[in-house]
Every structure is written in C-alpha cells, then in structure tokens.
Design a protein around this ligand. Structure first.
Ligand code: FEO
Length: 399
C-alpha cells in the first residue's frame, strides 16, 4: 500500500489520513469530509504525534513507511484520546513497538478505559518537556479542549504547535496547508467547527491564548488534528478564535423553525422580512431542510435566535426539540431569544420554546407569539411587530 506523506518542515511530516466520505461526525454534518492528522517528528529520537481513526491505520502506517521504517519510531504522543485520533493506537503500538507512549494524566486513564491496553502509557503533566536529542517538546494541558484529557505539544525549535482539535476544521482536501485554500471556505468551515465543538469552552480558549502570550510561546506553525495546517497565516486563525471566543453579538438574527402546514413557515418569513426591513442581517432555516450543525454556524455570531414550532400533540415539533437540546448543550452566550408558532387548538409550543430559552439563561424578547391556524393580516402584523422589537433590542446592543 502506498500513501504519500507531506513535508511540513525539514523535520516534520504530515502522515495522517483523509476521510473524503464521512458525512456525519457524531451528529455534526461533515458535508466536506474530514482529515485525521498525525505528524512524524524526525529528531535524534523519532516521535509520532497522534494516530488516526481505526479504519485508516494502514494509510497512516503507509505514509510513515514512505519516510522511515515505522519500527524506528521511539515515542508516540497521544494529545487527545477521542477515537478519531487514538483509534489506531493499539495497532500502531503493535506495529511500531515504541520505546514509550505518552499522554496527559487524564489521557492515560482515558486510553486505558478505551482500549484496556496491556501496555504502560507514561503520564505527562502540564509544562513537562521531553527531549528528542536535538529537538525538544513542551506539553500544555488544555483540559476540555476538547476532552478532559486534551493537551497540546509544542516543538520548540520549529516554533510549531500540534494543537489537536483546537484550530481545526472538518475539511477533506488534497491540499495540506491553509494558504493553499480559499479563505472564505476556511473561515466558514473553521466557524462551523468552532460553533459545534469548541463553543462551550470559549472561556478556556481565551485563557489558552492569554497563556500562550504570557509564556512567550512564539508560534510559526499550527498543526491541528483536523483540516489544513496553518503556516504563513497563523495570525488569521488565532484572531478568528479570539473573535468567536469573545462571543460579541452582531446585528444578526437567525430564524429557526419547522412547520406542518406552512403557517409557522409563513410566520418565519414574515418575521425575517420585518427584520430585513429594519436593516438586520437575517438567516431563515427550516429544520427539516437544514442540519442542526449548520444552524449553529449561523448562531455563532448572531445577536438573536428566534425559534418557531407548530404545536404537535400539546408539545413542540420533534426537530425543534432536537435543536433546543443541541443548542442548550453548546451554551451560546450574549444572545436574545424569541419564540413563535402557529397552532390549531391548544398552542403550547411557543411557550415551551420561550421557557427553554430562558432556562438556558438567555434574555427573551416580548411574549411567545402564537397564531391560530393560518395567519391573516393581523397575525402577520404581530410577526412584524415582534421583528421590530427584536430589531430595537439588537440595535441597542448588550446594554
Ligand atoms: Fe477530533 Fe475530540 O476529537
């Protein structure tokens, strides 16, 4: 089997795998596939940073074999235990027979609980260093970015940060470097990744960026575990992360809803029209036509999220329930919420949504707006009035 490695620097090679066909990454729609990045460091001692998802083990070993005999690897460093990066680890250990395998303290536990290895993994603590002879590695714990075990590895002499999930994106491409790709595509995919994976840990991102500055860690290259490697444009991804982590809302509203007989749909369009008329940027997303993860990408920089549902069996529509559960888990900050929907006789849905938004700690606007059956002129006027109220609140900002 032959697969080609990619030289990142004279002493670092990308040896990961490209998953062109994955379309669902534990509930996140990966319409452009993903990559599982692993890196080979050629010091006096040879180190492998992370592995790949289990089905791609042969691809990883073939890329390594194109650089060196895999049995020459001395150390394997597992920055993150989630199985998209550790799934191949047991097979790689068996094939390589490394001198040592390292992970964070929590990583040692997690790897043992995943794989029940008959192999001792050496724990690394925050701030530890490891010599490769002519090169040196420094480790920083990044708990909850993305799991409790997560850490990043800094290759001092190359000023290269192996950042595991952080600064990554789900994007399968033939190119390995961000500067070879369309910047709009990069920003969209990085934003989607941030909104769906990193968002709840935004405070930790701000602390990590601050810590990197305080420690005086100069970074020329960021090599994440998903998507392209950042080299000439490290500042770009760092500034995007700073922006998203701060969660400053824009004058933008996302209208998310589902509909049974197009009445809630009509309300959604009327609210959106009212917002657009007030100069507010608006996105309208019907849930059976839009994946929840794409909704989150739009929610990331929005100031308002307006959720609509018809009343079904005295409750909310199932797709709306799914969206609310997903939204709650991702803990967005600095947004206003509103609720609307058409109903036939009981009409509980808008009130349920309203309370769910409040339960997330979100400031709500107006009252739950409900219209019986098909909205008439009066119903549509109420949609327009709600839009005006939302618009006023958005323009007022976070006061
Ligand atoms: Fe890419 Fe948290 O794993």
């Amino acid at each position: 089997m032959e697969f080609t490695p990619v030289k990142v620097t004279e002493r670092v090679y990308w040896v990961g795998a490209v998953d062109w066909n994955i379309r669902d990454f534990h509930g996140y729609s990966t319409e452009r596939g993903s990559t599982y990045n692993a890196y080979l460091i050629l010091g006096d001692k040879i180190a492998l940073i992370d592995t790949v998802k289990a089905p791609f083990c042969e691809e990883l070993l073939a890329r390594i074999a194109a650089v060196i005999n895999p049995e020459k690897i001395d150390y394997i460093i597992s920055n993150h235990a989630e199985m998209d990066h550790s799934g191949a680890l047991p097979k790689v250990i068996a094939a390589v027979k490394p001198e040592k395998v390292f992970a964070s303290v929590m990583g040692v536990k997690a790897l043992n609980e995943h794989f029940h290895l008959d192999y001792e993994i050496v724990p690394l603590r925050d701030g530890d260093t490891l010599s490769l002879g002519n090169l040196s590695l420094k480790f920083l714990e990044t708990r909850m970015l993305h799991w409790p075990d997560s850490m990043v590895t800094y290759l001092v002499e190359e000023r290269l940060l192996f950042s595991q999930d952080g600064f990554g994106m789900h994007l399968a491409t033939g190119e390995r470097f961000a500067d070879e790709l369309d910047p709009v595509l990069l920003r969209n995919q990085a934003a989607k990744y941030y909104a769906n994976i990193i968002l709840p840990y935004s405070q930790l991102i701000l602390k990590l960026i601050e810590r990197i500055k305080t420690l005086g860690i100069a970074i020329d290259i960021i090599a994440p575990d998903h998507g392209p490697i950042w080299r000439s444009d490290v500042g770009k991804i760092l500034s995007w992360y700073q922006e998203w982590a701060e969660q400053k809302p824009r004058q933008k509203a996302v209208v998310v809803y589902d509909t049974m007989w197009q009445s809630t749909d009509l309300m959604a369009r009327a609210i959106a029209d009212g917002l657009a008329g007030e100069g507010i940027e608006v996105k309208v997303m019907r849930l059976r036509a839009t994946d929840r993860s794409d909704v989150m990408t739009e929610v990331l920089d929005a100031g308002a999220i307006i959720i609509g549902s018809p009343t079904l069996n005295n409750g909310i529509f199932p797709t709306v329930a799914d969206m609310l559960v997903y939204l709650k888990g991702l803990k967005p900050k600095n947004k206003f919420g509103a609720a609307f929907g058409s109903y036939g006789w009981s009409g509980e849905a808008p009130g349920i949504i309203f309370n769910e938004l409040k339960g997330m700690g979100m400031e709500t606007i107006g009252e739950p707006l409900k219209v019986k059956y098909v909205p008439d002129g009066d119903g549509l006027k109420k949609c327009c009035e709600l839009a005006k109220e939302i618009s006023r609140r958005l323009k007022k900002g976070g006061e």
